[in-house]
Design a protein around this ligand. Structure first.
Ligand SMILES: *[C@@H]1O[C@H](CO)[C@@H](O)[C@H](O)[C@H]1NC(C)=O
Ligand SMILES: *[C@@H]1O[C@H](CO)[C@@H](O)[C@H](O)[C@H]1NC(C)=O
Ligand SMILES: *[C@@H]1O[C@H](CO)[C@@H](O)[C@H](O)[C@H]1NC(C)=O
Length: 955
């Protein structure tokens, strides 16, 4: 029995370790690649920061130790200064990729400062000073104009009136019917002519990534007529700096001067307190005012005057009375790019975008793909399988290796990136990063495993792999990204697109970098991504993670399925056969059903010779009894290659039945294209038989290949070896797979190296990449013999060997065949003669004859060959022919070229001495240059059999 899974895993692990150690340079380069990228970005960033800190020191004015103005888009971790001018905001130097909408707001004085009757404002129409204590003073608007009666009717409509509370959370479209007001200290309200108690307005406000319902109370507005603008001017100017007031107070909300407005024209001057405007940045302030994180925030500097003008215009339109309205819903800043600064540091990341990160993350994909396809293309995978390596250990080890590589790669990316100060890594929660990168790397590996099954050439795989990451990167940047950013596109489409691993990766990187950068549109600190953002529907990260996890599992299962069953159809067929055999409980019975097709083959073999027929009978007998002394039984094995592109099917092997017993070396001979290699390939599981089956050690090749593999050795026609392993390491690996251990393993290796003459000159410890063809060949044979397999297949083992090595090889094979079956194909008749106990000659896909070398020679070689050479073109040729006829009347000329003739003479009734005598006599009369007499060789048998088949197929 073969090695256990654990032992196989161990063997494979050790082998891979050696290979990886050899490929250390490449691996290190790979892992250090992110360093190069991060260095470039980080270096650039540091250089720019250095340059800007020198330039900025002078320009900032403040100079010295304190930074002049910290341009901080994050607006976080700075203390809130309640008295700071106008509250707060992030500086305009911050980028604004998607400007948010602000409702227009009117600026009103704070309740405690609103105009009341006092020494400064003695006007009787102002409210009593007692309202200040209650905080219920109205916001006062002063109005004037040329035509009092006309303006008087206009101003009645300046402030709207709503009598009940309104909740606009569901639909914000009616917000323009309200005049929102703000006193600059986060007291928001809406202005009305009259306020009933507990009148509130609720409307949605985007706050960070959340939408909250903002409730504001009603503020009463007072619109007062003054006779002229001069009076207003005096009133305001006079109120300034008078009395005991020691600081400036804004008491009047705004002033309207309607000038000459009348029914047909509308003319307006608005006076407002420009110091009220936010956005005027007080440079004397050392600390930066910040957004009050406790509540939603308006950005009022956008809206003062337009809203005031709009109120007057609406009042005018209302007066005209034709139902016209000018709703003023939102204002928006222009989007802007700005010098991205982070914590006072220049951040290059927004300029670079996500593409380099995505490409770097994807870079391992072609590497993994190439690695996997290499083992496929070079058939190393199947070679390992043929020596008993199960699928599971192979998968486990390969997967773990690539996972380790990927994790190291990502780790180096994150470490170097963080060290060099890239906010992309620094700002985001490392736990989140780990989860997502880990998930993506797993997905990438399983994706590569899946793709491997579609490639057979390393070069195609490499090119396709790199092309994939290049194109998918560009696609995600220029196609996928706009989709993500467009909130009008259904998220379902985004989810569908994220099914492509490249897009899901892009989404992760996109969200991470979005969170890492400041989000001035929401006045949010760049807190980076946190666990809480996982479930945030806008980030869509939970969805991406789910997609990746599910896909990873599916890809892996699918890849395993494809790999295990080669191709879909095969898989289904195999499964069906398995089920059938389970039902019938007997393999041979299931085989019988499949064999129906084979009757055709039988019919096509018209003249099956007695030896072949006899062999077929033996096979039929023993396959029923499952005789244990036969280790390989081919039962009517057939293979048809389905014709492609309208070509006819090609029958490669037509129902061959052979039995091979233990301790026997069976030689398979045949001209090129006769079907020998197809036969061996079927026996070793390279390809599936179309009909019939074979039993190796009593196990059916259609069902039990995995178990068969544990007991066979294969020396394939091409040397399937790893260039970066030594001969000894090959034997170590395969020996371990064959369950050899410790001392026994080393002894077996030593012995097989010696028998194959691979010890001399330290050949065994050289890399196979440096071997000559002959050395590789000998190593392949050694591999096939290690671990005492019961059945060994050797496909032309001696091709390319010099005569001395060939002799050694023969010796080794001869001593190896003691208690095992060796199946050998060869073109060397000498080899077959020396090694093989039985020989089968295959031509045109079917077995032509079978028997020992001697039997074949006797059967086919009942004659000997006489070769006579005379000068070309002379009379002598006919003379010689006549002479030969006289020696043996049945002689037959088989060959005649420029004076050399070959005659075949039946041995029966012919004396060799007579031939010699006749020839010696003839030499005196004829000009015979040379002559010779030879017994039939295997070669003659071969040539004759091949010729006969050719003739029979022609006729
Ligand atoms: C003032 O407006 C009223 C209409 O509201 C109009 O009848 C009157 O003629 C106007 N007065 C002047 C002097 O234009
Ligand atoms: C307004 O409606 C929203 C839901 O649509 C609700 O969350 C909010 O509490 C409501 N506000 C008031 C004041 O009723
Ligand atoms: C304008 O507004 C500022 C800030 O609120 C205030 O200090 C100032 O007194 C106001 N000016 C007038 C003339 O009301």
């Amino acid at each position: 029995m073969g090695a256990s899974r654990l032992e196989q895993t161990d063997a494979l692990f050790r082998k891979n370790l050696v290979i990886q150690r050899r490929a250390c340079k490449t691996n290190c380069c790979l892992i250090l690649f992110p360093l190069a990228l991060c260095s470039v970005i980080g270096g650039l960033q540091i250089a720019i920061n250095h340059a800007s800190s020198q330039g900025g020191g002078g320009g900032g004015g403040g100079g010295g130790a304190t930074p002049a103005i910290r341009l901080d888009c994050s607006c976080s971790n700075v203390s809130v200064d309640e008295n700071a001018l106008g509250g707060i905001q992030c500086p305009d130097e911050c980028p604004l990729p998607r400007a948010p909408k602000w409702p227009p707001v009117v600026r009103t004085p704070s309740p405690e400062y609103r105009a009341v009757q006092d020494g400064l404002f003695p006007f009787a129409d102002l409210p009593d000073a007692s309202c200040r204590a209650e905080g219920s003073c109205p916001a006062t608007f002063l109005v004037t104009g040329d035509n009092h009666s006309f303006v008087g009717s206009v101003i009645d409509n300046i402030l709207p009136t709503h009598s009940s509370s309104v909740n606009l959370s569901a639909d914000v479209s009616a917000l323009s019917d309200f005049v929102l007001a703000d006193d600059g200290e986060f007291h928001q309200s809406f202005l009305q002519n009259k306020c009933s108690p507990n009148l509130t307005l609720s409307y949605p406000v985007q706050y960070g990534n959340n939408v909250v319902s903002q409730d504001v109370r009603c503020t009463e507005g007072l619109v007062l007529w003054r006779d002229s603008s001069r009076l207003i001017n005096d009133e305001l100017y006079g109120g300034y700096y008078q009395g005991n007031r020691n600081h400036k107070i804004d008491e009047i909300a705004a002033v309207y001067d309607f000038l000459s407005s009348d029914q047909s024209n509308f003319n307006l001057i608005i006076s407002y307190n420009s110091t009220n405007d936010y956005g005027v940045y007080d440079e004397s302030e050392q600390s930066i005012p910040v957004i009050n994180q406790a509540g939603p925030v308006q950005k009022p500097n956008l809206v003062q005057v337009p809203r005031l003008a709009n109120m007057a215009s609406n009042a005018y339109l209302h007066l005209k009375g034709n139902g016209l309205k000018m709703p003023f819903e939102f204002v928006k800043e222009m989007p802007r790019a700005a010098i991205p600064i982070h914590d006072g540091q220049f951040d290059l990341a927004p300029y670079i975008g996500q593409l380099p990160f995505v490409w770097t993350m994807e870079l391992l994909f072609p590497v993994i793909l190439t690695n996997l396809v290499y083992e496929r293309q070079n058939k190393l995978r199947i070679m390992m399988k043929m020596h008993g390596l199960g699928d599971l250990p192979y998968w486990t080890i390969s997967y773990c290796y690539f996972l380790l590589l990927s994790l190291l790669y990502v780790l180096s990316f994150v470490l170097f990136g963080s060290a060099l100060g890239l906010t992309f890594f620094r700002q985001n929660n490392y736990g989140m990063q780990f989860i997502f990168y880990f998930a993506y790397m797993n997905l990438q590996i399983s994706f590569a495993f899946l793709m491997t099954t579609y490639f057979s050439s390393v070069r195609t795989a490499t090119v396709t792999g790199y092309l994939y990451i290049f194109v998918s990167g560009l696609l995600s940047q220029f196609m996928f990204r706009p989709y993500v950013e467009d909130s009008n596109i259904s998220r379902i489409w985004i989810t569908l697109m994220e099914l492509l691993p490249a897009f899901s990766l892009y989404r992760i990187v996109y969200e991470f970098s979005r969170f890492a950068q400041a989000q001035p549109e929401n006045y949010m600190a760049s807190s980076g991504i946190q666990w809480a953002d996982m479930t945030n529907p806008e980030s869509g990260l939970a969805g991406v993670l789910t997609i990746m996890a599910v896909e990873w599992l599916l890809f892996l299962l699918f890849a395993f399925y494809l790999d295990h069953f080669r191709s879909y159809k095969d898989g289904i067929r195999k499964a069906a056969a398995l089920v059938r055999s389970r039902i019938h409980g007997n393999h041979s019975e299931a085989a019988q059903q499949q064999n129906v097709q084979l009757q055709e083959f039988r019919a096509s073999i018209q003249l099956e010779r007695t030896d072949v027929l006899k062999e077929r009978e033996i096979v039929e007998l023993i396959s029923k009894e499952s005789d244990r002394s036969y280790s390989v039984i081919c039962d009517n094995l057939g293979k048809v290659y389905r014709g492609k592109d309208g070509n006819a099917d090609k029958i490669a092997v037509r129902g061959i039945s052979i039995s091979m017993s233990r301790g026997q070396c069976f030689g398979v001979l045949g001209p090129n294209g006769a079907g020998k290699t197809t036969l061996i390939n079927m026996l070793t599981g390279f390809c599936k038989p179309t009909s019939g089956t074979a039993y190796v050690q009593g196990m059916d090749i259609r069902f039990d290949m995995d178990r068969i593999y544990t007991g066979i050795g294969v020396c394939p026609q091409d040397d399937l070896l790893w260039e970066s392993l030594t001969g000894r390491e090959h034997l170590l690996f395969y020996g371990r797979l064959k369950k050899l251990k410790a001392a026994a393993l080393f002894e077996a290796i030593e012995q097989s190296l010696r028998s194959m003459h691979l010890l001399a000159g330290g050949v065994a410890d050289k890399l196979v990449g440096k071997y000559s063809g002959g050395m590789k060949r000998r190593l392949s044979v050694a591999i096939s013999l290690i671990g005492d397999p019961k059945v060994v297949y050797m496909d032309e083992p001696s091709s390319g060997l010099d005569p001395a090595s060939r002799k050694n090889l023969w010796k080794a094979v001869k001593s190896a065949k003691q208690d095992r079956t060796i199946v050998l194909t060869t073109h060397s008749m000498e080899e077959a003669d020396v090694l093989c106990d039985r020989i089968g000659i295959i031509a045109n896909g079917s077995l032509q004859c079978i028997g020992s070398s001697k039997e074949l020679k006797d059967r086919y070689g009942g004659s000997c060959l006489l070769t006579v050479t005379t000068p070309a073109g002379g009379q002598e040729e006919e003379e010689v022919e006549r002479l030969v006829q006289s020696i043996s009347p049945a002689a037959n000329r088989v060959y005649r070229v420029s004076g050399t003739q070959k005659f075949e003479m039946p041995k029966r009734g012919m004396k060799i001495s007579a031939v010699f005598q006749a020839m010696e006599q003839a030499k005196s009369s004829l000009d015979i240059v040379a002559w010779g007499l030879a017994d039939t060789t295997l070669e003659d048998v071969f040539v004759r059999v091949a010729k006969q088949t050719d003739m029979s197929t022609v006729t």
